[in-house]
Design a protein around this ligand. Structure first.
Ligand code: ZN
Length: 113
């Protein structure tokens, strides 16, 4: 029996450089937050299938998606943090790395005698 499915891991919140809350208008207290989804086989992360990122206000705790952000400043710092901070960790490819390594090993093994 092969056990597989999808799972997600949370992205730790990080404060944005600037921007104001679309709801309560508090300035420079916006955070980027989100989670990544990945496919796992026997609970080993195999490959990533996507991520979801949004901003959260440190004051009213409201969460806003990219299309709900109104100020240009907020959009800019959100995009900036998304590009520099939100990266897929290498271990989300663990299963894929293991699979490729075993195929490579099986391929070169006969030549190692
Ligand atoms: Zn707010």
């Amino acid at each position: 029996m092969i056990i597989f499915g999808t799972s997600s891991s949370t992205i730790h919140p990080k404060q944005l450089r600037e921007g104001d809350c679309p709801y309560c208008k508090t300035e420079n207290n916006m955070w980027i937050q989100g989670y990544r989804k990945y496919v796992h086989v026997f609970w080993i992360p195999f490959f990533p299938i996507g991520k979801k990122v949004y901003s959260v206000c440190g004051h009213c705790k409201g969460a806003f998606e990219r299309n709900e952000m109104k100020s240009q400043k907020l959009i800019e710092s959100f995009e900036e943090s998304k590009n520099t901070y939100i990266k897929t960790p290498w271990y989300h490819f663990t299963g894929l790395i293991l699979l490729i390594s075993s195929i490579a090993l099986l391929t070169i093994l006969p030549y190692l005698r």
